[in-house]
Design a protein around this ligand. Structure first.
Ligand code: NAD
Ligand code: UDP
Length: 312
């Protein structure tokens, strides 16, 4: 049994990771400032003796004796990370410094939840880890993209300079139960709109693509990455290479919900990436046979079921 700190543990992904690590018999400290996460995401874990919840902001130092740290704290949806861009940068950069400092002090292994956004609007397709990306450093997404890129740099440098045991994963668009219904991400937006009979809001012409990964596949990949040999530090892409246009996604969600909602086209946000698809060969080779198991239709059915049974 390990003692594991999860920053951002009350968020969408963090709550699934907390649940899995507790069920595996570990002791979990879930740290969150509840900016985009909610106590309701982890309410079902509060009575578990190996679960502890701490209200804390990662921009401030935090100390605890732990064996492993999963650093997830950061708003992840464009409307939330653009709400207070300076705070988003501070969370990524100061949060990484504080958590790496903790890892150094207590000799913990630390995993960074980086993102496919480090590739920006990619000019190489699909994206391998060797691609350096195409990011606008002064655009509306830069607070998130550059914050995450700087965090990767901090991780590598703490590893090289101080021998900290690090792991970097680049997460591609992930969806599933406990997504925030109103944080503007495409899967939750379309499902909520379809269930409420509201118009489905496609930004631009809907020909931009994304590759959607079900949250259970991600959690499995994260844990396998944490458990790899110390010499494998990443960065490694974790995603599902199935690639869909937003129009295809909207049509699939309309079909699965049986909704009569109409599709409307709204303005495409600035710097919205045109295409995104992970090359996952590195993950397949190094994560003990990991590969995504849940296809889009199956994952959407589970997610729609969650939203049907949740007050939205
Ligand atoms: P989320 O918004 O549901 O979770 C983020 C959590 O971090 C929330 O609980 C929030 O309250 C917390 N948080 C934010 N700022 C904080 C701070 N200063 N101090 C402490 N806690 C703070 O988002 P998510 O989808 O669960 O994303 C989790 C992580 O995975 C993020 O780092 C995100 O960048 C990364 N990621 C997610 C995706 C995705 O598709 N969901 C893709 C790539 C990367
Ligand atoms: N999108 C859309 N309608 C929505 C929300 C998003 O068409 O209601 C588009 C958005 O422009 C982007 C894609 O869906 O091209 C994915 O958006 P999301 O915010 O989920 O993730 P990200 O852009 O960060 O990959």
């Amino acid at each position: 049994m390990k003692r594991i700190l999860i920053t951002g543990g009350a968020g969408f992904i963090g709550s699934h990771l907390s649940e899995r690590l507790i069920n595996d018999g570990n002791e979990v400290i879930c740290l969150d400032n509840y900016f985009t996460g909610h106590r309701s995401n982890i309410a079902h874990l509060l009575s578990r003796p190996n679960f502890e919840l701490v209200r804390h902001d990662v921009t401030m130092p935090y100390f605890a004796e732990v064996d492993e740290i999963y650093n997830l704290a950061c708003p992840a949806s464009p409307i939330h990370y653009q709400y207070n861009p300076i705070k988003t940068i501070k969370t990524s950069v100061m949060g990484a410094i504080n958590m790496l400092g903790l890892a150094k002090r207590v000799n913990a292994k630390i995993l960074q939840a980086s993102t496919s956004e480090v590739y920006g609007d990619p000019t190489i397709h699909p994206q391998p880890e060797t691609y350096w990306g195409n990011v606008n450093p002064i655009g509306p997404r830069s607070c998130y993209d550059e914050g995450k890129r700087c965090a990767e740099s901090l991780f590598i440098n703490y590893h090289q300079q101080n021998n900290i045991r690090i792991k970097i994963i680049r997460i591609f668009n992930t969806y599933g139960p406990r997504m925030n219904a109103y944080d503007g991400r495409v899967v939750s937006n379309f499902i909520v709109q379809a269930l409420k009979g509201e118009s489905i809001s496609i930004y631009g012409d809907g020909n931009q693509t994304r590759s959607f990964q079900y949250v259970d596949d991600l959690v499995e990949g994260m844990i396998r990455m944490m458990n790899t040999d110390d010499s494998f530090i990443g960065p490694v892409n974790i995603g599902n290479p199935g690639e869909f246009t937003m129009l295809e996604l909207a049509e699939k969600i309309l079909e699965l919900t049986g909704s009569n909602s109409k599709i409307i086209n709204l303005k495409l946000p600035q710097d919205d990436p045109m295409q995104r698809k992970p090359n996952i060969e590195l993950a397949k080779q190094n994560l003990n046979g990991w590969k995504p198991l849940i296809n889009l239709e199956e994952g959407l059915i589970r997610t729609i079921d969650y939203f049907r049974n949740t007050t939205i």
